[in-house]
Design a protein around this ligand. Structure first.
Ligand code: NAP
Length: 274
C-alpha cells in the first residue's frame, strides 16, 4: 500500500484525509493518506525520519511550507518563486517539491478572475504570496494592494512584484484607509480561525462596490466574521473550501497521475466535524 500524509502543526482541523482517502478508494488505488503531526521542537529529527521512510508523498501545511524547502532535492519553478512548498512527491530517492495553492486559489474563480481590475490582498505570508502570484498572471488586473499587520512584509512583497510585473502594486498596514473600491478582496491571514475565531482582520466598509467578491482562504469555520460582514453587505462571498479541494486535486494528480474524481465529494461532510 502506498502511503501519503499531511505534515503540519496543529492538524486537528484538517480536511485533507477526507478529500484524498475517498478518491483512492473510488479509483481503486491501494493507498492511504494520514495526518503526521510534527511538534516544531522536533521538526528536523522527524523530517529526517520521514525522508528515510516509505511514504510516497506529502502535503505540507502551517507552519512548515517554507521550512521544509531545505529538505527537498528539487523544487519546481513555481514553488521556488513563491518560496513555499505544499506538496512533495518521492521520485526514486529524491523529494520533489511543488506548490499547488495557486491552482487551488484560482479554480473557483477561474472565469471571474479574467474580468477583475483591482484586488486587495489582506496578509503577506505564504498564502498571500501564492495568491498574488496567481493573480499576477492575469494582465487584466491593473492594481494590486497588499496590506498586512507587519508593514515590512507587505512592502517586501510589493517590491518583489513591482520588479517582476508591470502593474501598480501598493502596500499598507491593516489600518489602511482609501476610497478605492476593489473588485476582489481576499483574506489570506489566519485571523478568523482557531484562537482568532472572533476576530476580523479588516473591515471592508469603504473598499467595496456592489459587485465586489469577498474571498476568505479560511474554510473552518465556513463563515468567518470577515465573510459575515460581506454577506451583511449583500456581496458575493467564497470561503477556502474550494481552494482546499483544488490544491488537493492537483496534489493527487502529481502523486498518482490520475485526475481527481471531483464528483465524489459531498461538501456537507466537511462541516459535520464541528
Ligand atoms: P503565514 O505564512 O503564517 O501567514 C500568516 C498571515 O496572517 C501573515 O500575514 C500574518 O501577519 C497574519 N496574521 C497572523 N496573526 C495575525 C493577527 N493576530 N493579526 C493580524 N494578522 C495576523 O500563513 P499562511 O500559510 O499564509 O496561511 C494563512 C491562512 O491561509 C491560514 O488561515 C491558512 O489556513 C489559509 N490557507 C488556506 C488554504 C486553502 O486551501 N484554503 C491554503 C493555504 C492557506 P504578520 O506578517 O504580521 O505576522
Amino acid at each position: 500500500m502506498d502511503k501519503y500524509g499531511i505534515i503540519g502543526f496543529p492538524l486537528e482541523h484538517t480536511f485533507s484525509p477526507q478529500i484524498h482517502n475517498p478518491a483512492f478508494e473510488k479509483l481503486r488505488i491501494d493507498a492511504s493518506y494520514d495526518t503526521i503531526l510534527i511538534n516544531p521542537e522536533f521538526f528536523d529529527r522527524e523530517i529526517l525520519k520521514l525522508k528515510a521512510s516509505d511514504y510516497k508523498g506529502f502535503n505540507i501545511t502551517i507552519p512548515y511550507k517554507q521550512k521544509i524547502i531545505r529538505y527537498i532535492d528539487e523544487v519546481d519553478p513555481l514553488a521556488q518563486k513563491i518560496n513555499a512548498v505544499n506538496t512533495i512527491v518521492k521520485k526514486g530517492e529524491k523529494w520533489v517539491g511543488y506548490n499547488t495553492d495557486p491552482y487551488g486559489f484560482i479554480m473557483p474563480i477561474a472565469e471571474t478572475v479574467k474580468t477583475l481590475r483591482s484586488v486587495l490582498v489582506i496578509g503577506a505570508g505564504g498564502a498571500a504570496h501564492a495568491v498574488c502570484f496567481s493573480l499576477l498572471q492575469y494582465s487584466n488586473i491593473k492594481l494590486l494592494t497588499i496590506i498586512n499587520r507587519s508593514m515590512d512584509k507587505a512592502k517586501a512583497l510589493k517590491e518583489k512584484f513591482k520588479q517582476l510585473y508591470n502593474i501598480k502594486v501598493e502596500a499598507g498596514s491593516l489600518h489602511f484607509k482609501s476610497n478605492k473600491h476593489f473588485d476582489l478582496i481576499v483574506n489570506t491571514t489566519n485571523v478568523g480561525m482557531g484562537s482568532l475565531i472572533d476576530k476580523n482582520p479588516f473591515h471592508i466598509a469603504e473598499n467595496h462596490h456592489p459587485k465586489s467578491i469577498v474571498y476568505d482562504l479560511i474554510y473552518n469555520p465556513a463563515q468567518t466574521l470577515f465573510l459575515k460582514e460581506a454577506v451583511e453587505r449583500d456581496l458575493a462571498v467564497l470561503n477556502g473550501l474550494e481552494m482546499l479541494i483544488g490544491q488537493a486535486m492537483k496534489s493527487f494528480q502529481i502523486w498518482t497521475g490520475e485526475v481527481y474524481p471531483k464528483k465524489i465529494l459531498n461538501r456537507e461532510i466537511f462541516y459535520r466535524k464541528g
